[in-house]
Design a binder for this molecule. Structure first.
Ligand code: GLU
Length: 293
């Protein structure tokens, strides 16, 4: 299988300039290393009608072109089910009946990191299990055999983070992001993951899961986010931050692309021009404060 990079937006709304900047970076990382570039729509959750079409249009408008067909996670349930089966057969899963509230209110195990699942359902006896099954549908969790895992990141260097008994399949039957992303990247030949550094804390969970599935973890590059004037991650409420908003205010897609390239220390113009001089080693390491072009 040829190696590839990818961009994997969730079609929950419009992309903003922060997402577009990350997509440009993912494209540059992939192309500069001779990889294909794939586009995967992560629509298992929070998909909004019409959002995908708008996202694809905006990516194309700033020059991010992808190879082959767009892949949608909702069409790939059998792959996720097969991976979950393998974990189940290896005794690496358990059913969990906790509500969010119960998890929040449960006393956390001594030394357990903040936010880690407290393990309430990890060792239910058969009678408890039978009773709980009669009360509500179960989510499926990973029976993790470690509390932390280390990854290497091209931007951050070594990173060690929490691994807990995270959810693989929610109690409404939807495959969880952490499982889907690992299965998809492996199945699509993605061996380079470039995404916003808000996802760095999830990465040890994903790399650990890959190891349990005997999948090599991809190369990671978690890139700095775009923030507003208060240093808070950019969001729709920050005004004109989507291509549509900016175009309505008289800025062309080319001008927005150029502004994003400039923020990366790269030349204006088609992305091929930036590609010719792209050097990950000199990328800015700090969040970038957005101001309209
Ligand atoms: N779909 C995720 C998001 O839009 C990104 C997942 C990834 O790149 O691994 O936040």
């Amino acid at each position: 299988m040829t190696s590839a990079g990818r961009f994997a937006p969730s079609p929950s709304g419009e992309l903003h300039v922060g997402n577009l900047r990350t997509a440009i970076l993912a494209w540059l990382f992939a192309r500069s290393t001779g990889r294909k570039f794939l586009l995967r729509v992560e629509d298992l959750d929070r998909a909004r009608a019409g959002a995908e079409a708008g996202q694809l249009r905006d990516l194309a408008a700033v020059g991010v072109a992808w190879d082959g067909d767009v892949v949608r996670q909702t069409a790939r349930e059998p792959l996720y089910a097969a991976a979950i089966n393998r974990l189940q057969e290896a005794g690496l899963t358990y059913e969990c009946f906790c509500t969010r509230r119960e998890i929040q209110e449960a006393p956390s195990a001594p030394h357990a990191p903040q936010g880690a699942y407290p393990g309430t359902c990890r060792n239910l006896d058969p009678a408890e299990l039978e009773f709980k099954r009669s009360t509500r549908p179960a989510a499926l969790r990973l029976r993790a055999e470690t509390g932390e895992y280390s990854v290497h990141d091209l931007v951050h260097g070594g990173f060690t983070g929490v691994v807990d008994d995270f959810v693989l399949r929610r109690n409404d039957g939807v495959t969880a992001y952490n499982l889907a992303v690992v299965v998809d990247d492996a199945e699509q030949g993605v061996d380079q993951v470039v995404r916003g550094d808000d996802l760095l804390p999830s990465t040890p969970r994903q790399a650990y899961l890959a190891s349990l599935l005997h999948i090599p973890a991809p190369e990671y590059a978690h890139v700095p986010l775009v923030v507003n004037a208060d240093s808070v991650r950019l969001a729709k409420r920050d005004g004109a931050v989507t291509l549509a908003d900016l175009e309505a205010a008289g800025r062309s897609a080319d001008a927005v692309r150029d502004r994003l390239l400039e923020s990366l220390g790269l030349p204006h113009g088609p992305l091929e021009r930036a590609l010719a001089v792209f050097d990950p080693a000199v990328l800015p390491r700090e969040p970038w404060v957005w101001s309209a072009p």
